[in-house]
Design a protein around this ligand. Structure first.
Ligand SMILES: [Zn+2]
Length: 574
């Protein structure tokens, strides 16, 4: 269970809006039962039901200070028939040791708990406590960088320190170790290596919007933080091959040029997480990233050679390297050597430099004189090209939040049946969102134009969009006019695509069939897509609106919805 990511929720009955948004990010949720459960079990049952409906497992967790707390935690888990308990015993010395209780006593107390044990602890587990007695537990080291200046002086976790924490936990006798990241700002998803995290603390700090949750998504492979044995460096005694022409100063001059460079195309620029501060969208993982890790390792800038341990994430360390070590200097190190601006970003000039360079004549390197892109790199780059030019799909793009003034309160995900399409009759996404936020006697979930998307009302809140399809409809306003011709709509392809991408996401999340409903079907409550004008015909006391007009290209729109839906499925059904 703990190989998949989950979250600790701190607030009793807390942030439960839009649980469907959490589903791609977490597979389990631990509910803090800090005594609250005894006082108000109904509140807990409601939250557990909501998570169960979203197909996310739940179990209780408690910050235990004495053995009686552990008994209480287990009793709640038994009452809930939970698969696990969340045993928080972070300060063993203060909470237990000074009362004469050891970790062995705790393990003894848990001996008849047959379920799994998730154990949040301090980042640096306390020395010499005998952690081996709790080796059946999955220890989640709490990385709360903003609160741990003695461990993370910059306030941002760095991989080397993380590795030390993990190594220490293993050295103290724990055998199952993962990391727990704090989600409350100033801690941000881009500060973390999400491939190493199996727990978010505490997820009720994440704003309950799909965009805020999506930021914590990691699409690549998750890996256990097992102790990394440093791989043997490539042998310094080259076997048989000549050492003539070797050059210890290889790193002070540009790489040798390949007169016959491999014929492989540039797929996309790559930006690491910290490029977000410079208004670049950090890149999604992809096979091309692995190709570059491989090439940069051959270039002696990303050692040790460990293809089995690399992942497909374009992370900050790979992009910028680690200070002062030539062999760990990453993309930026290569750029400096090639006299390219050392951004750590891979754009076309850096790609071309990699494509046309050879493995340097460093003494002892086995593949000197071969292209940096070997046959495996080329295959990975071809794979990435096959995925298509748009590797950052529109449905991943965050909508800007601007809360509308009016709504009719919360609803459940199960009540949602329709996607309802409108046209704004003027303005931009921003100006319409502002109108909804201030003076309009109306509201909508989303409003899109050629440039961007605004989020005005959460999915699980009923908007004032079109009478008859408000309580069961998700509404999207497209900037345009009901009087437009088909050609005029098609000229705003980005509006149609941006809108369709969001509608596809809804279709996936709320299981809404991707088809246009007839007026009769709409009246009978069938699930599917409709336009405001259909609602006007189906429910005669509607406002009389006829948007988005007779020429709205419903066929093209649904084609886009189907395209994006296929992408979403491919990305999420794994
Ligand atoms: Zn409308």
């Amino acid at each position: 269970m703990f190989r998949q990511r989950g979250a600790l929720l701190r607030s009793p009955g807390g942030n439960v809006e839009n649980i469907v948004d959490q589903k791609p990010i977490i597979r389990w949720a631990a509910l803090n039962v800090g005594g609250e459960v005894a006082r108000d079990p109904a509140r807990w049952d409601r939250q557990r039901d909501l998570y169960a409906a979203a197909d996310i497992a739940t179990f209780p967790w408690l910050h235990c200070h004495e053995l009686a707390d552990i008994d209480f935690l287990v009793s709640v888990a038994r009452r809930w028939s939970s698969p696990a308990i969340g045993l928080n015993i972070e300060d063993v010395v203060l909470d237990f040791r000074q009362n004469g209780v050891t970790l062995e006593d705790i393990a003894q107390r848990l001996s008849d708990w047959e379920g799994e044990i998730h154990m949040p602890t301090l980042a640096w587990v306390q020395n010499g406590q005998g952690w081996a007695s709790l080796r059946r537990a999955v220890a989640a080291l709490g990385v709360f960088a903003d609160e741990q200046p003695s461990i993370f002086p910059t306030g941002v976790p760095d991989p080397r320190t993380i590795q030390q924490l993990v190594d220490h936990a293993f050295a103290e006798g724990l055998t199952k170790v993962t990391l727990m990241y704090k989600t409350r700002p100033p801690n941000l998803p881009e500060h973390y290596d999400l491939s190493l995290c199996h727990c978010l603390y505490t997820a009720d700090d994440i704003t309950p919007t799909p965009e805020a949750w999506a930021a914590w998504q990691h699409d690549g492979k998750e890996r256990p933080p097992m102790p990394v044995k440093s791989k043997a460096e490539p042998s310094t005694k080259a076997k048989g091959s000549t050492q003539a022409g070797r050059d210890a100063d290889w790193h002070t001059k540009p790489y040798p040029t390949n007169p016959n460079p491999p014929d492989v195309a540039f797929v996309r620029p790559l930006y690491p997480p910290d490029a977000a501060a410079k208004s670049k969208t950090p890149s999604l993982p992809g096979p091309d990233v692995l190709a570059f890790k491989r090439a940069l390792s051959r270039a002696q800038r990303f050692l040790p050679w460990a293809p089995d341990e690399w992942d497909d994430t374009y992370d900050d360390v790979f992009a910028h390297g680690e200070a002062s070590e030539i062999e760990r200097s990453g993309v930026a190190g290569f750029q400096r050597q090639m006299r390219i601006r050392a951004t750590g970003w891979i754009s076309r000039p850096t790609f071309e430099a990699l494509r046309t360079s050879l493995v340097p004549p460093k003494p002892g390197v086995a593949h000197a004189g071969e292209p940096l892109f070997d046959s495996v790199c080329i295959r990975l780059l071809q794979q990435a090209a096959a995925v298509g030019p748009t590797m950052e799909p529109l449905w991943m793009t965050a909508c800007k939040p601007l809360r509308a003034k009016h709504d009719s309160g919360p609803r459940t995900a199960a009540s949602i049946k329709h996607v309802v399409i409108h046209s704004t009759e003027g303005g931009t996404a921003e100006s319409n969102a502002r109108f909804f936020a201030t003076t309009a006697e109306a509201s909508t979930q989303l409003v899109v134009d050629d440039k961007e998307c605004y989020r005005c009302v959460p999915d699980l809140v009923i908007p004032w969009g079109a009478p008859g399809v408000n309580s069961d409809g998700l509404h999207i306003e497209n900037c345009g006019f009901a009087r437009w011709s088909r050609e005029e709509w098609l000229a705003h392809d980005q509006t149609l695509r941006r809108s369709a991408a969001q509608a596809a996401k809804w279709s996936w999340q709320y299981k809404i069939p991707r088809r246009w409903l007839t007026v009769t079907e709409l009246q009978s409550g069938a699930k599917g897509f409709c336009c405001h004008v259909d609602a006007t015909q189906a429910f005669p006391n509607n406002s009389g609106h006829t948007d988005p007009g007779p020429n709205f290209p419903r066929d093209v729109y649904m084609g886009y919805v189907n395209e994006y839906y296929a992408e979403i499925r491919a990305a999420r059904d794994v």
